[in-house]
Design a protein around this ligand. Structure first.
Ligand code: SAM
Length: 310
């Protein structure tokens, strides 16, 4: 983890209190903490840094036990394809990430991509802000994103059919700046950042995957600045009890406070600004987002977005 990040992070276990973390460095290389611990100055919880990866998810052990479905090589390869297939000149590549990136205005300060997976949107934001951070609770995704950040190219196997696969290599474009990105393991519902510290936040295809979508929005509101801030949320709204109890869904229901469509309800919540300064929203839109399983099998997902500023 880049050393400069240590002063930005707070203890996710102490929230809503903001307790600073103190870095105990065992090994560092070029301002990168390779091995160490971030110790909470409040509750004394110790968050490890191993092989450069900072583990700031207070429920890390629980997440490991339930075997996060995003941890397998096949799923990592699917997401690498989804994020970077354009770099392979693949005619089937999803244009979603580039389309989302055009919605974000360049800005000073920090951008945070929550549930950022293998890093594409964080890299996009590195060309638009002072420092871009991707956070995800999948260790495999964060390790992959960090490896890309450090090595800037990656060779991996893309499943062709059955046991057959093809080796492909991606190389990051020079506009995406490794020195301006970092990736950490953490929980979208307990972000390890202080109030009003982030200038832009993105939540792409995440709100229907967390156990409390409303808490995710509250965390977004908490860490983003009160003014000169941007927020981009995009989602297919595939509400499922696998991720969240029905009472928690922010849409997809015939009655109750969140009856109707998720995008409409989230837009309303942003504009109401009951807990934090209200957001001004732009006309919503949608992009086709793709996940690839093998040469002849893709999932085509309409991800509906709302862009907001305040
Ligand atoms: C459907 S994927 C979308 C990934 C990426 N945002 C994109 O659009 O390509 C959902 C992502 O959210 C992550 N995720 C799920 N629950 C999370 C949580 N509570 N905290 C942080 N990340 C989470 C998953 O590991 C996965 O990377």
């Amino acid at each position: 983890m880049k050393k400069q990040l240590a002063q930005l992070l707070i203890c996710p276990a102490c929230l809503p209190a903001e307790a600073a973390l103190q870095a105990e460095i065992v090994k560092e290389e070029d301002e990168d903490i390779i091995t160490g611990t971030l110790v909470c100055t409040g509750c004394k919880t110790r968050f490890g840094i191993e092989d450069g990866v900072a583990f700031l998810d207070p429920d890390r052990e629980r997440v490991r036990e339930v075997a996060n479905k995003y941890e397998t090589d096949a799923v990592v390869a699917s997401y690498l394809w989804s994020h970077y297939a354009e770099l392979l000149g693949d005619g089937n590549a999803s244009e979603a990430y580039a389309a989302w990136a055009t919605r974000m205005q360049p800005h000073g300060g920090i951008s945070l991509d929550v549930g950022g997976a293998v890093g594409r949107f964080t890299f996009e934001m590195s060309a638009k802000c002072d420092f871009a951070i991707g956070i995800d609770n999948s260790v495999a995704f964060i390790k992959t994103a960090r490896r890309l950040m450090k090595e800037r190219r990656m060779t991996f196997q893309l499943k062709d059919e059955g046991l057959l696969s093809n080796e492909v290599t991606i190389a990051l474009p020079s506009a995406w700046k490794s020195e301006k990105v970092e990736f950490i393991v953490g929980d979208a519902l307990r972000l390890p950042f202080g109030n009003s510290t982030v200038s832009s936040l993105s939540s792409l295809n995440l709100v229907d995957k967390v156990p409390s979508p409303l808490r995710h929005l509250h965390e977004m509101d908490r860490v983003t600045k009160d003014k000169d801030a941007q927020f981009l949320l995009s989602d297919p709204f595939s509400w499922s009890t696998d991720a969240a109890d029905r009472d928690e869904w922010l849409g997809g229901k015939p009655d109750g406070p969140y009856a109707g469509k998720g995008l409409d309800n989230i837009t309303r919540l942003l504009e109401e600004g009951k807990r934090a300064p209200a957001w001004r929203t732009e006309k919503p839109g949608s992009v086709w987002w793709k996940i690839r399983t093998h040469t002849n099998h893709y999932e085509l997902i309409r991800s509906c977005f709302v862009k907001a500023s305040r």
